[in-house]
Design a protein. Sequence first.
Length: 500
Amino acid sequence: MAKLVVNETKELGKIQEEIYGHFAEHLGRCIYEGLYVGEDSVIPNRNGMRTDVVEALKEMKIPVLRWPGGCFADEYHWKDGIGPKENRKKMINTHWGGVVEDNSFGTHEFMELCEQLGCKTYINGNLGSGTVQEMSEWVEYLTFDGISPMADLRKRNGHEKAWKVDYFGVGNENWGCGGNMTPEHYANEYRRYQTYVRNYNPEHPIYKICGGANVDDYSWTKGVLETTHRNCLPAFHGLMDGLSLHYYVHPEGWELKGSATDFDEQVWYKTLAKAIYIETLIKRHSSVMDQYDPDKKIGMIVDEWGCWFKVEPGTNPGFLYQQNTMRDALVAGISLNIFNKNCDRVKMANIAQMVNVLQSVILTEGEKMVLTPTYHVFHMYQKHQNATLLESHVVTEKIGASEEYMVPKIHESVSKGEDGWITLTISNLSANANERMELIFSDLKVKEITGQILSAPIHAHNTFEAPETVGRKNFDKFEQNGNVICFTLPPHSVMEIRVR
Ligand code: AHR
C-alpha cells in the first residue's frame, strides 16, 4: 500500500503553462510531412498545415512552440525562408541527414502554424554562424510595427502587422553544434547579440533565453552566469530572462542508445531512473543559479528533453524517427511531475520533438496519423497548465532490477486550478505489480471525483495498422471513506485524478 498525502492548503507556486511546451526542428519529417505539407498537398491542410495534426495538437493544448532548432538554428539564415517560395534558396541540412532544405517553411509559415495552434512563439536565433545584424533584423522583421527596412520587407511579403514573439533564444547548444565555444566566449557573444534583440513592443517584451548547459555541465552554468553578470546591474539579472538546459534519456548510453520498442525489465528501470535524474540536474543547476540569482528571477528553460533511442530499422539515421511505447509515457509522466514540482525555477520545458522525431506526441505516414502514448500523457496533464502547485508527498517503496537503478514505485504531482478542481497525476513505475493507493487530503471532503488512466503492457505502442492500442480510458474504481480515497493503480500506468 502506498500513501499519497496532499496538503491542499499549502500552495507552492504557479505551474507555468509553458512547462507543457513543444519543439519542432527542421529535422527529418518533423516540419515537412509532419506539420507542413504545402497548400497543394492531397493531405487536408489549411495554408499548408496538416489539419489532422493541428486539430490533435489543439486538443492536447499546446502552450508554446520552439523553432527552427536545435542544431539547425545555428545554421539557419531566416532571409532564405521569406518571400515567394519559388525564389527561396535551397540549402543542405548538414546536421540532419544532409538533405536539401528548400526553405518553403519559414518565418511566415511558423507564425501561421502558431496562430492555428493558438500557442505562444519561441524562436531560436542563430549565434553560431549568423551575425548580430542578421539576428537583430529578424527581430525587427517579426515585431516592429513602424516604418523600417525590415518592417517594410515584411509588409511587401504580405504581412502588414507585426507579430508577437514571446520567447527568443540567443543560440543553441553553443558548447557543441552551435559553435563549440567555451562558456566565457559564448557568454560574451551572448551579451553582444542579446543587446540587439530589441523590444519594439514594450507592452509585450521578448523573454530572452541564454544558451545553457548540457546535462550535468555545471561549469557551463557557472561560467556563463559569471560572465553575463560581470558589471551588470542587478536589475538586469545577467541580461537574460531564462537559461536553458538540455537533457535526453539514453537508457543504454549515447553510443548504443538502445531500441525504442525492444527492451527488458532491467532497461525499463534504467530508463525510468534516468528520467528521474532530471530532478537532480534541476536542483544542482538551480543552486548554481542561486549564487547569481537568489530571487529566482531567471527561469530555467528545459527546452530539449525526452527519450532518444535508435532510429526505427530501415529509416534514415539522420531523421531520428523512433517509436513510442508505454515506457515513453512513463518518462513523460515522471518528467512533467518533476517540472511541476520545481516550478519555482522551471518556467518552460519543450519536449523533443513534436512530430516524427525522438519522443514525439504524433507520428505520421503519408495521410495517416497516430497519437503516441506520450500524447495521451500530455493530454491527461493539461489541467496542470497555469494551475497552482500543491504540497504533496508519497510514501512508497523503492523498486528496480538492480541496485544502481532503483526508482520509487509511485510518482506524483498535484495542483489546483482556478476553477477549484484539484488535479493529481500519479504513475506506477513497476514493470509488473499493482499498487493499492490511499489518497489522503488534509481537510478536503471530496464531493466529486473523476479519473482517466493510460495502462497497457510495457512495450505497447500505436502503429498505423493498430493506432488505438494505447489510449486513455475513464477510471472510476474509487472507494471513499471520509477524506481518504482508495484505489488500485495497475503496473506501468499513468493516471489523472480530479477532485473537488
Ligand atoms: O533534438 C535533436 C538535437 O538534439 C537538437 O538539434 C540539438 O539541440 C540537440 O543536440
